[in-house]
Design a protein around this ligand. Structure first.
Ligand SMILES: Cc1ncc(COP(=O)(O)O)c(C=O)c1O
Length: 420
């Protein structure tokens, strides 16, 4: 039995949304149902997913759907005000599944010039090899978008804030441009979550998440999701979910359901900590530049204020001596881990070198490479701020930065507020 949560606030929905009171035990927390098979009456299931009579059999075989996925999908849809959601084994399986479902050979995909490396690799690699045209645009510049659109553009894929450089996209404006052209817009909201930005309410057709990150929140479960209108999401579930088989396990659904209960308070805490750390970095003489949407120095700060409820917990920054700072991290850091991924309780730091990233993933043309360097320089460090005391995080970074010599003139020459 579902509780009626209409007119309830976001935090209430995060706690109660999607979860049934167990009719047998009365348990008020999500149950964990790991069975791969579900009993049915004669005639209601057959040898294929198509043969299942859904009105009679909510679940037949776990690859096609199971109770924990159903609860998670309901909670996700409620949090984003979406008609429907479908979960996948990982964020990248959600993204690749949506693209494979939406695009046919001969169609054109317009993707951001900066995006999660896995998305860049998949779109420029396998997707192109299937006969789908893929090109990039700076999605924060609508003129660049209009120039890049083709008569066969079916989908625009954006991230905001984008991984790794924290550039933003104006979702409402981009959705208008896409729709005027007869294309659809998908927004990867992994860095924001619905606690920060609701892309569907701003006009996007789909929102995708890596649930592995902020949504699950504890760094212990991979997962992904696509949300949107009921009809395409249902098709995605039947065609990609069932046949490519990227099903999210019951246990991971259960972990992510639990993580989502604290999403609103965690996102507020990440933003509080990140604001303190970003200010500390901006004031430090060995730091050349900081990209954090919550700082007035972020070139899109006013868009951040308009589109983001909080500035989230990701920061990118450059220092006076990248190599030396990087080499010192192992000995100086007591709280941050040098690790990939993001959005968990523990704070993480990761280096992004422009040449390496370009060579392995983005492979941008000259103009977009110029724009990337203008924004990100030759390389930077990305922080995912966790839930530790922000003063401890600042002390950690202070120690790590202390290996750098007094920057003197370098600092004076750098426009800390706008260059990176
Ligand atoms: C923005 C973004 N989207 C998607 C993904 C892929 O998610 P997953 O690792 O769960 O496949 C990532 C992973 O880092 C990401 O940062």
């Amino acid at each position: 039995m579902q509780r009626d949560l209409s007119d309830m606030g976001f935090s209430t929905v995060a706690v109660h949304g999607g979860v049934n009171l167990d009719p047998v035990t009365g348990a008020i927390g999500p149950h964990l149902a790991t069975s791969t098979n579900f009993a049915a009456e004669y005639g209601s299931i057959g040898f294929s997913a198509e043969a299942t009579v859904e009105e009679q059999v909510p679940f037949a075989y776990a690859r096609e759907g199971h109770p924990n996925a159903a609860q998670l999908e309901r909670k996700l849809a409620l949090l984003d005000d979406a008609e429907a959601a479908v979960v996948f084994a990982t964020g990248i399986s959600a993204i690749s599944g949506l693209m494979l479902q939406t695009l046919s050979p001969g169609d054109h995909l317009l993707v951001s010039d900066v995006s999660y490396a896995g998305t860049a690799e998949f779109t420029r690699g396998l997707l192109r090899s299937l006969g789908i045209e893929v090109s990039v645009a700076d999605l924060s510049d609508l003129d660049d978008v209009r120039t890049a659109l083709r008569p066969n553009t079916r989908l625009i894929h954006a991230e905001t804030p984008c991984n790794p450089v924290l550039k933003l996209v104006d979702i409402r404006a981009l959705a208008d441009v896409a729709h005027q052209h007869g294309a659809e817009l998908c927004v990867d909201g992994t860095f924001a979550t619905p606690a920060v930005t609701r892309p569907l309410s701003l006009g996007a057709d789909y929102v995708v998440y890596s649930l592995t990150k902020y949504m699950g929140g504890h760094g212990d479960a991979l997962g992904g999701a696509v949300l949107g209108r009921a009809e395409p999401i249902d098709r995605l579930r039947r065609e990609v979910g069932v046949h490519l088989g990227g099903t999210l396990s019951a246990f991971n659904c259960w972990l992510i359901l639990r993580g989502l209960e604290t999403l609103p308070i965690r996102m507020a805490a990440y933003a509080r900590g990140a604001a303190r750390v970003a200010q500390f970095l901006q004031d430090h003489p060995a730091v050349l530049s900081v990209r954090y949407p919550g700082l007035p120095s972020h070139p899109q700060h006013s868009l951040a204020q308009r589109q983001m409820i909080t500035p989230s917990g990701m920061i990118a920054f450059t220092v006076t001596d990248h190599e030396r700072f990087g080499r010192g991290l192992k000995d100086q850091l007591k709280v941050f881990y040098y690790a990939a991924s993001l959005g968990l309780s523990r704070s993480l730091i990761l280096e992004a070198r422009t040449d390496d990233l370009q060579r392995t993933t983005f492979k941008l043309d000259e103009e977009h490479l110029r724009r990337y360097r203008e924004w990100a320089g030759d390389g930077f460090f990305r922080l995912s701020i966790g839930l530790e005391d922000s003063e401890d995080l600042c002390s950690d970074l202070e120690r790590a930065l202390s290996v750098l010599p007094d920057p003197g003139n370098q600092r004076a020459q750098s426009d800390r507020s706008a260059t990176m």
